[in-house]
Design a protein around this ligand. Structure first.
Ligand code: AMP
Length: 121
């Protein structure tokens, strides 16, 4: 397991050192618009804690934070109206998953029909 880098860009956003287009924040999570949107709605929801990935978070985070984080994901999806027509929730994990930022984040994508889950090559 990769150790957590407190200088990663999402840690810096959480500390307020770098701006973001915030959508929602509570004690457990912060949601903001992705800087390079890949759908009409593309937001990221990150937990307030030093977790690299989904597996790291599920294995190590306190139950209250896990519950609070996933509750926040649902709140954000509802507030953005993503539930009306449907959306995709995506966690990239590690090298094969294409994870670029080593702070757990879920991508919420929607606003149009998204097509197949993986690009066919
Ligand atoms: P991943 O490949 O799953 O690690 O996704 C990282 C995502 O973070 C990409 O979709 C980037 O566009 C997005 N991203 C990187 N830097 C920022 C930033 N400063 N503000 C918002 N989104 C960012």
């Amino acid at each position: 397991m990769m150790s957590y880098d407190p200088e990663n860009i999402f840690a810096r956003i959480l500390r307020g050192e770098i701006p973001c287009r915030k959508i929602y924040e509570d004690d457990f999570a912060l949601a903001f618009h992705d800087i390079h949107p890949q759908a009409p709605i593309h937001v990221l929801v990150i937990p307030k804690g030093p977790y690299v990935s989904l597996t790291d978070f599920c294995g190590e985070a306190p139950a209250e934070l896990i519950a609070g984080y996933f509750r926040a994901v649902g709140i954000v999806a509802n507030e953005l109206g993503l539930n009306d027509e449907g959306f995709r929730a995506l966690f990239n994990v590690g090298a094969h998953g294409g994870q670029e930022v080593p702070h757990l984040h879920v991508h919420l994508l929607g606003g149009k029909r998204l097509g197949p889950m993986l690009t066919k090559s």
